[in-house]
Design a protein around this ligand. Structure first.
Ligand code: PLP
Length: 391
């Protein structure tokens, strides 16, 4: 069957020269512009948690577009207030900032941390600690905390004051952290960084040392948050106790919306007008997010993701036993994958040819991040396509 590929396209050269043109979706299946069907193990990079063809989400967006599409943060809107109340009630949070992307949420969290440090410890307590393998976004602050030469080098100089420590290394953390830091920013699973998972011991060390030095601990849950790993927040699953959590990808069912969960000790130090955004927390994205929240906040939803994630792990481990090119199986919940000893880009292309969409992670890993509503049968079908291609 022919495949719909965009060549000589008008999108910038940072994107692939040839792109698959996806036209529509239903459930966990996608159809390209030539009518070819795919099983979706990519989820729009872990965004499309509830799958495709959702009338409930589409109706919420349509009705809100008619009622009020935008109003700005000079005024409030009801869906944003309600969503903020619900997110706030998930823990000891005082307020929720809404942005439009993961990187914008991280920028806001880093700025809040610097405000907090300035106003509680004084000037010169502005440093930020991030970790090897991290990915926090492409804007200058988040990029400065994304220690990858490919992403950073063309854009030097970056934001000063960022220090990089090895991930999952308690001793290095102990040596590095001091009260001169404003924040530590960390992922529980490094979604773009080869699917490395935070060890519970590292989580405990982060909790203890951030508390000791009064450094704000930011959990970047842009990719892991909202049930992706089988917990509402991945930090909970490993015992990490963040001061701030950033969320984005699945929050609004495919529409651009991000959030920062803010504790009282920070919120009470922020002055009027010190941060803002025009589009963030608009009525349409938050109205859709309320519908998403109704579903994913049910404890049974996370439990099902956990069970399906365990099943996917078993399938991948069984495949690893049969195929020597599969290295290590990694990840949590339905953010899984494996290291591949061959050419990952070639494997991803061959899987696409066979009707399975997957993602890359880091230099050598294949990442699987399907819609969270996927069934065990679909997971088994996808892994069998992987095994067929590896044959
Ligand atoms: N943080 C993490 C952990 C991510 O995985 C990503 C994107 O993949 C980002 C931040 C940046 O999000 P966005 O691309 O929406 O700016």
């Amino acid at each position: 069957m022919t495949t719909a590929i965009a060549k000589d396209h008008p999108l910038p050269a940072q994107y692939a020269a040839e792109l698959l043109i996806v036209r529509s979706g239903d459930g966990v299946r996608l159809t390209d512009a030539a009518g070819k069907r795919y099983l979706d193990f990519a989820g729009g990079i872990a965004v499309n948690a509830l799958g495709y063809g959702r009338e409930d989400l589409a109706r919420a967006a349509y009705e809100q577009m008619l009622r009020l599409p935008h109003i700005s943060n000079v005024f409030a809107n009801e869906p944003a207030l309600e969503l903020a109340r619900r997110l706030r009630s998930t823990g000891n949070w005082a307020a929720v900032f809404f942005g439009n992307s993961g990187t914008e949420a991280n920028e806001a969290a880093l700025k809040y941390a610097r405000l907090y440090a300035l106003r509680t410890k004084g000037a010169d307590h502005h440093r930020i600690l991030c970790f090897s393998g991290a990915f926090h976004g492409r804007t200058m602050g988040a990029l400065s905390c994304t220690p990858s030469a490919k992403y950073q080098d063309p854009f030097q100089p970056l934001v000063p004051g960022v220090v990089v420590a090895p991930y999952n290394d308690d001793a290095a953390l102990e040596r590095t952290l001091d009260p001169g830091f404003a924040a530590v920013i960390v992922e529980v699973v490094q979604g773009e960084g080869g699917l490395a998972c935070m060890s519970p011991a590292f989580a405990t060390a982060l909790n203890r040392l951030c508390r000791k030095h009064d450094v704000l601990l930011i959990a970047d849950e842009v990719q892991t948050g909202l049930c992706r790993t089988g917990d509402l927040f991945a930090s909970r699953g490993v015992g990490l106790e963040p001061d701030l959590i950033t969320l984005a990808k699945p929050l609004a069912g495919g529409l651009p919306l991000s959030a920062v969960l803010i504790p009282d000790k920070v919120n009470r130090l922020i002055h009027f007008g010190e941060h803002g955004t025009t589009f963030g927390g608009g009525p349409v994205t938050t109205a859709v997010a309320l519908k998403v929240w109704d579903i994913i906040s049910q404890p049974s939803f996370a439990a099902e993701v956990m069970a399906k994630g365990a099943y996917l792990w078993e399938l991948l481990e069984a495949a690893r036993a049969r195929h020597k090119d599969i290295g290590e199986v990694r990840g949590r919940g339905l953010l899984r994958g494996f290291t591949y000893k061959g050419d990952v880009a070639d494997l991803v292309a061959r899987l696409q040819e066979k009707g399975l969409l997957v993602l890359r992670s880091g230099a050598d890993a294949v990442r699987i991040a399907p819609p969270l509503v996927i069934t065990k049968k679909d997971l088994a079908e996808g892994v069998s396509i992987i095994e067929e291609v590896l044959q």
